[in-house]
Design a protein around this ligand. Sequence first.
Ligand code: F6R
Length: 242
Amino acid sequence: MEIVILPSAAEVGVLAARKIARVVRDKPDAVLGLATGSSPLAIYAALAEQTRDGSLDVSRVSAFALDEYVGIPAEHPESYAAVIAREVTGPLHLDPAGVQVPDGRAVDLEAAGERYEEAIRAAGGVDLQILGIGANGHVGFNEPTSSFASRTRIKTLTERTRSDNARFFDSADDVPTHCLTQGLGTIMDARELLLVAQGPAKAAAVAAAVEGPVTSMCPASILQHHRRATIMVDEDAAARLT
Ligand code: F6R
């Protein structure tokens, strides 16, 4: 596990984008794993800037999102399909056909999870997975006690996660209760992991993930067992590392 501590949240975005750009330059048809939420937004903005000025070509890149809410329509501005279209596919001019999000509206969610796993396999697996971390240590929406062997499946969001994500919705009650998320086993299959975290609210989760025991009570701690995992954090998020 490589830990990179940077002076500011903005620098986390810039350095993480530089790392991703290197992966794409080495492998122009790279498969990226995309996180949503606030943490990766600066990365996507920096990558979009590089595609605009011509220093990065992502025309052959494809991507898979980590998760999707269950119970809100795709047109809802906070569905992850809409967020990915708005923050990633559009600004980076990725071919929408090559960017997949779990189908949280499927009638048979178990089958949708299996189809998603199959699509990732058919694409040759994820080269680099971008991750955020929940204040409770979740990655994707793998909440505490998630199995390290889990694959894409339906999960119940904890009250902590629902209240943390209430800022994206009109009210806390509007936050969906369920999601379809890649499993920890799915995430660990990616060839490289890049977790970013900014701000003091993430400090305890980052310390538990990096220095604590590997335990399903802190799902991100499984990253300690990945061969190529980088954690990029600002000083606030690093504050509880020893
Ligand atoms: C989002 C996801 C979540 C977030 C995490 C942090 O696709 O999988 O694990 O990365 O909840 O969210 P933010 O970045 O909004 O603090």
